[in-house]
Design a protein around this ligand. Sequence first.
Ligand SMILES: Cc1cc2nc3c(=O)[nH]c(=O)nc-3n(C[C@H](O)[C@H](O)[C@H](O)COP(=O)(O)OP(=O)(O)OC[C@H]3O[C@@H](n4cnc5c(N)ncnc54)[C@H](O)[C@@H]3O)c2cc1C
Ligand code: SF4
Length: 468
Amino acid sequence: MGDPKAFITIPRQEAGYRPLHDRIRDYGEVEQTLNSNERRKQASRCMDCGVPFCHWACPLGNKQSEWQDLLYKGKWEAAYRVLEQTCDFPEFTGRICPALCEKSCVVRLSCGDAVTIRENEAAIIEVAWREGYIRPLSIRRNGKKVAVIGSGPAGLAVANRLNRKGYEVTVIEKHEAAGGLLRYGIPNFKLLKAVIDRRITLMEQEGIRFRYSTAIPLKDRIERGKDGKFIFPTLKDAEGFDAVCLCTGAETPRDLPIEGRELKGIHFALDMLAQQNRVLAGIAFPKEQLVNAKGKRVLVIGGGDTGSDCIGTSIRQGATFVTQIEIMPQPPVGENPATPWPMYPQILKTTSSHEEGCTRRWSLTSNRFIGKNGKVCGVEVEEVEWLPSADGSRPVMKPTGRKEIIEADMVLLAMGFLRPEPMELPEGVFMAGDVASGASLVVRAMAGGRQVAEEMDRWMTQKTRIRD
Ligand SMILES: Cc1cc2nc3c(=O)[nH]c(=O)nc-3n(C[C@H](O)[C@H](O)[C@H](O)COP(=O)(O)OP(=O)(O)OC[C@H]3O[C@@H](n4cnc5c(N)ncnc54)[C@H](O)[C@@H]3O)c2cc1C
Ligand code: SF4
C-alpha cells in the first residue's frame, strides 16, 4: 500500500462520459479515460484492507488490492500480470461489469466513495495491449480435443483456459462472428466490437479454431463415435472430441402475451440491438426488416439494463421521444437499508443512456396494446401497488384501477430472458454461463467458464490416468 492516507486526501474521480450532444450522434464508446497520472492517483485510494471485500464480491476473485498497489507505483506490466491470473478478458469486464467489487469496497463504507476499481482494470488492460505485454503464447499440446458450443463470454473463457492447458479447442458458433451477447446484444457505445476482434485474433494465434455460422442442434443429442469420442453428425468432417462444453446462453426473451401483441411495431429488445450492431458491422438489411426508431415515439417495457440499451440505441437512431416503464416500484436513491454494505445495493441506477433523455416510470403494468391499421399506436398501462406477502416471500402485485394510455409507434420488450430448461448431460458434456445459471452478467459467465474448464481438465486427466 503506497499511500496510506490517499483514501482521505484524494477524492474519487470517474473519467465520465463524452459530452451528451457529441455522443448521441455516433455509436462510439461513451466512457472516457483518465491520463495515467490521474489513474495512478485513483489506484492509490485503495487501502489494501485486511479483508478485501472487493475480492470477495468479484465472481472472478480478482486480486484488486494487489494490482491497485502496482498501478499506483507505475508498475503497469506487473499490475497486468496479477490481473490476468484471475481474469481472461479484463477489456470486457473493465468496460461493462457493473463493478460488484466497488459496491463492497471498504472505502465506500468509510468515505462513501469506492475506489474506481473497474476503470482502473480497464486502464491496466488497455496499457497491456498498447505496450505489447499481451503476446500470443506458444502452447505445448496434450493430444486431447475439446469442443465448445457458443462463443459468448462463457465459451470464450472455457476455450481460453483449456487451450492454455494444452487442449486443442474448437469453438462452434451459430452466428457469423464470435462474442455472443458481447457482439449481438451489448451496444457499441458500451463495448466497441474491435475490442472483441482483437481478443479473438489473439486466441486464434494461440491455436483456438473458430467455426462460424454452424448451429449445433442440441435437441438431437451429442453423439459418440465408435472410439467413444463426441461427434456432431451435422459437421461435415467427423472430428471426435474428448469433451464438450455447452455455452449456448439464455436466448428466449420473456414475452408479453396481452391483447394486441400481434400488432406491427412491437419487437423484442434484441431484435433491435442485434440488428443495430450488425448494421454497424456493415451488414445491410432490406428496409422492411429494419427495426429503427427514427421519428418514432418509443416505449421500452422493462426497467433493467437491456431496456437502458434500447433507450441509448433509440436515441441514436433518432426517436422523437422515449419512455421506459417498469412494473416494480422505483428503487430508493443513494442507499437502501434492505441491501446494506457489502451487499449489492438495490438502488436507482441512472445510466449514460438515461441521461441522454427519456422519461422513466415505475409501478406500471401493461394491460393491452392499442393499434391503428395493424400498427401499434399505444399501450394501456395501469398503476399497481406492491403489498407484502403473508409468508414473507416476494411482494404481491395489486392493480389499482388507475389506467392511462401511453402513445407509442414502437414498443420494445425488455423484460429479461427465460431460464433455459435443465438438460441431462452425458458424462463428458459440461455446461457454463447463462445456459447453466439463467441470464446473468458477463463477469459471472466468465467465472463460470473458468470453473467448468477446471472441472473438464480434471475429468479428462482422471480418465487418461484410469485408461493408462
Ligand atoms: C442487451 C443486453 C445487454 C447486456 N449488458 C450487460 C452489461 O452491460 N454487463 C454485463 O455484465 N452483462 C450484460 N448483459 C448480460 C451478458 O451479456 C450475459 O450474461 C452474457 O453474455 C452471458 O454469456 P454466455 O456466454 O453464457 O452467453 P451468450 O453471450 O448469450 O453467448 C451464447 C452463444 O452461444 C451461441 N449459440 C447458442 N446456441 C447455439 C447452438 N445450438 N450452436 C452454436 N452456437 C450456439 C449464441 O449464438 C451465442 O453466441 C447484457 C445482456 C443483454 C441481452
Ligand atoms: S470483474 Fe467486475 S467485480 Fe471483478 S474486479 Fe472487475 S469490475 Fe470488479
